[in-house]
Design a protein around this ligand. Structure first.
Ligand code: PLP
Length: 361
């Protein structure tokens, strides 16, 4: 297939050699070999460090959407109330997923170029609607924004909301995710963003309260979380685990922890800043509104006036750069640079900016 020397798509990102090597091994049966269980346990421990949590972390075969669906289905019964806080495509989308599994959903929606700042409105909605679950997206990838979560955790605790569901697929390992401090009960992650893996694994950090709810709801399905409550203890997984995928997740997490979490976060913040200031110097306009928080993992940029997305994409590719388009109301109007994981690299970013300069000339 055609590959590009300057990959800047916001997931799947370029996979580093150390991660690729995990696939080139002929493993035995993960159902039989305790070596697999040991790998699973060690990978879980590393994910706990990355997610600043003491909660158990499930490691499931499937792309990030599996975690999004599985956590909703495992915790909700028809009629359960969900307060869905939305600032973008994924935020509104998760509300739709919850509705489709029969929940009564109240959406507290903001603009696609905003991040949550009106905590009084959030508190009022929680107090009035009394949800069983609050959902929010940490990094809204299509908008290039990052929602602050500390205040939300405090509101959740104040009103004794049972479950806080947070999609951190595009932020974890690229920005601090303080799962326990922020009171997150279901922290959802996927493999193809800052963990620098192919789209094949998903993970959920599950709080003790969430395990109680999961036990009570008793949902059965491929994406169910319940079997993971006993899988390690009994060495009995609900389906044959994907040894290669787990090994790649281990390798991806190890790269991050070997570099050091603080250094990894600082690298993401620095490359994001390089990206934003570089683009603005070139006359590009960033998508997030003034006052909104930009994501350290992805930058969304307005397509310059009069430029057609398909044409822009074709010209960028001709110069070796591949970027992402966007979705929903931003489709055709916004392009995105993914500087997460392996792509949070100042040299790569400098090359991307050089091409973006030429596209303006
Ligand atoms: C990537 C991503 C997911 C996973 O969805 P896909 O688009 O199918 O990869 C979920 N949530 C967010 C915020 C994401 O960026």
């Amino acid at each position: 297939m055609e590959t590009y020397p300057i990959p800047m798509v916001p997931g799947p990102v370029r996979v580093p050699e150390a991660v690729l090597q995990a696939y080139a091994v002929d493993y035995g049966s993960p159902d039989l070999e305790t070596e697999y269980l040991d790998l699973y346990n060690r990978t879980e421990q590393m994910l706990q460090t990355i997610l600043a949590t003491r909660n158990r972390v499930t490691i499931q075969t499937g792309e990030g959407m599996l975690a999004l669906w599985g956590a909703l289905k495992s915790c909700l019964r028809p009629g359960d109330r969900v307060l869905s806080i939305a600032t973008g495509v994924f935020g509104y989308g998760v509300g739709d997923l919850a509705r489709s599994v029969g929940a009564e959903v109240c959406t507290l929606g903001f603009g696609y170029d905003q991040t949550v700042s009106d905590w009084a409105a959030v508190e009022k909605a929680v107090a009035e609607f009394k949800p069983k679950m609050i959902t929010i997206i940490h990094c809204e990838t299509p908008s290039g924004t990052l929602n602050p979560l500390a205040e939300l955790g405090a509101i959740k605790r104040k009103y004794n909301v049972p479950l806080l569901y947070v999609d951190a697929v595009a932020s974890l390992a690229g920005a601090p995710v303080l799962t326990d401090d922020w009171g997150i009960d279901l922290l959802l992650g996927g493999s193809q963003k800052a963990l620098s893996m192919p789209p094949c694994m998903s993970l959920v950090a599950v709080s003790p309260k969430a395990w109680e709810v999961i036990e009570d709801v008793n949902y059965a399905g491929y994406d169910a979380l319940k079997p993971f409550s006993t899988a390690q203890r009994d060495f009995y997984f609900p389906y044959t685990p994907y040894w290669h995928g787990t090994a790649a997740l281990y390798a991806g997490a190890k790269l991050i922890l070997d570099e050091g979490l603080e250094k990894v976060f600082a690298r993401h913040a620095a490359v994001a800043e390089q990206c934003r200031s570089g683009l603005q110097e070139l006359g590009y306009e960033l998508f997030p509104a003034a006052g909104a928080i930009s994501a350290p993992t992805v930058t969304a940029v307005k397509l310059p006036g009069g430029m057609d997305w398909a044409d822009f994409d074709r010209r960028a590719r001709a110069k070796g750069l591949v970027v992402g388009g966007s979705y929903g109301p931003m489709a055709g109007k916004v392009f995105r640079l993914g500087h997460m994981g392996s792509q949070a690299d100042p040299e790569l970013m400098a090359r991307a900016l050089e091409v973006l300069k030429q596209l303006r000339d």
